[in-house]
Design a protein. Structure first.
Length: 417
């Protein structure tokens, strides 16, 4: 069970809405820092442990700066994300580029920043060489396919997922890259997303450490860095439990000692690239109730829509909802909580028991701090909301203003009509 507490009161939210309007996403900086420290502590035993925060989860440079201050690097998957990391002061090997179907300009930018490039395919060795030259260090993304069960709707099961190299290709890729003069190597995998079972991450580490030992035996290549990817889940539902990070840290340490230290492969650097577990539980989408509608079902219409938070619509994901000021009221009404898109799946909750909701109520949708605002889009001309940061001292900072119609029409030239 996890308590769905809020870091603000109804009165504070009313003041914030007066100043910034609604809807908006708001992130709790202190809680994010505490979370970041917990992850780093759980892996403090590992040589030069690095968390490359998955920028795609919450691509806001102010948050990236907070995380940089906590010692995080950045996992980037596009040119825009590389630029955001750079703006946040993250540089060189504190950045890892893990993209797929990668255009040359992404490789060019990654090379210019001195980032670690993690190739998604064996054919990209020559592509990279031809367009921007090979760096001294390269990493490859491993897709274990049928050798590893797992996956889900978000990431696909490994055999059907488009990412990474097969096992055979992986060995060949290290051989080719070494022959071309690359002399520092990393290895990466990401086989699961939003996973709450802590043993899964230990199993993945085992698989990767075995691979590191085999690569050394077969090719004589000492891998320098293992990146176990992200994918640590969060308890979106109150009845779920958060992943015990200390358990994961201890479990991976045992496998590390068994497979790396015992095989004289120490020191092997360990990295992760979690996004969701760092910021996810500490972001909230705040909206107001615009309308109520009673037809075959009872509907609550918000001033936010799936353009602000897509997860319920695309994954059927549960996000907890608090009606501010009614926390202790009985949950004696059943509602579909909707946005205004012309899409019937624009629903934040379906048949959700809630207290009686009234027009003007403030609604808080929980756990939107990762893959929330980031996945926003502009269908139906809906504008993306502001992002706010709740500072440790209680002040609120605007870290991204809301889009305006001028932003929305900026790519249109009406004068040609
Ligand atoms: C390559 C890669 N790394 C890291 C992440 C972050 O995953 P999560 O936010 O679930 O930790 C993702 C998510 O899509 C990803 O594709």
């Amino acid at each position: 069970m996890v308590a769905k507490n809020l870091p603000f009161t109804k009165e504070q939210l009313e003041q914030i809405i007066d100043e910034y309007g609604s809807p908006f996403h708001i992130y709790d900086e202190q809680a994010i820092r505490t979370n970041a420290r917990r992850l780093i502590k759980a892996f403090a035993w590992a040589p030069e442990f690095k968390e490359y925060f998955a920028v795609k989860a919450t691509p806001n440079p102010y948050l990236l700066k907070v995380l940089r201050e906590e010692g995080f690097g950045a996992d980037c998957s596009s040119l825009a994300e590389l630029i955001l990391a750079e703006k946040a002061g993250i540089c060189e090997e504190n950045i890892m580029l893990t993209s797929n179907d990668t255009p040359a300009e992404e490789y060019e930018k990654a090379r210019a920043l001195g980032a670690i490039i993690n190739l998604d395919d064996i054919s990209h060795i020559v592509y990279l060489e031809n367009y921007v030259g090979l760096p001294e260090m390269l990493s490859f993304r491993y897709n274990p396919g049928p050798l590893r069960a797992g996956g889900n709707a978000i990431i696909g099961n490994p055999e059907e997922s488009k990412y990474g190299l097969t096992r055979e290709q992986l060995f060949q890729a290290y051989r080719i890259a070494q022959a071309k003069g690359v002399h520092r190597f990393g290895i990466h995998t990401m086989v699961i997303s939003n996973e709450l079972d802590p043993t899964y991450f230990i199993e993945t580490a085992k698989m990767m450490f075995d691979l590191v030992a085999e690569i050394y035996r077969e090719l004589g290549i000492r891998i320098e860095l293992v990146n176990l990817g992200g994918g640590i889940g969060i308890p979106y539902r109150p009845e779920e439990a958060a992943v015990d990070l200390e358990f994961v840290g201890r479990g991976i340490r045992e496998v590390y000692e068994d497979k790396i230290v015992a095989n004289n492969l120490y020191p092997l650097k360990l990295a992760m690239e979690c996004g969701r577990m760092i910021t996810g539980p500490h972001g909230y989408l705040v909206a107001k109730v615009l309308h109520k509608k009673e037809i075959y079902r009872d509907y609550i219409g918000l001033d936010a829509s799936m353009a602000n938070l897509m997860r319920p619509a695309i994954y059927g994901a549960y996000h907890h909802i608090t009606v501010m000021g009614k926390e202790d009221w009985p949950l004696d009404h059943i509602y579909d909580v909707t946005g205004s898109l012309c899409e019937n799946n624009d629903k934040f909750a379906v048949q959700r028991p809630l207290p009686r909701v009234d027009i003007g109520d403030i609604i808080v949708i929980h756990d939107t701090g990762a893959h929330g605002h980031a996945m926003g889009f502009n269908y139906n001309g809906k504008l993306r909301s502001a992002e706010l940061l709740l500072k440790p001292e209680g002040r609120v900072e605007l870290i991204r203003r809301a889009e305006t119609l001028e932003d929305h029409f900026a790519t249109l030239d009406f004068s040609g009509l």
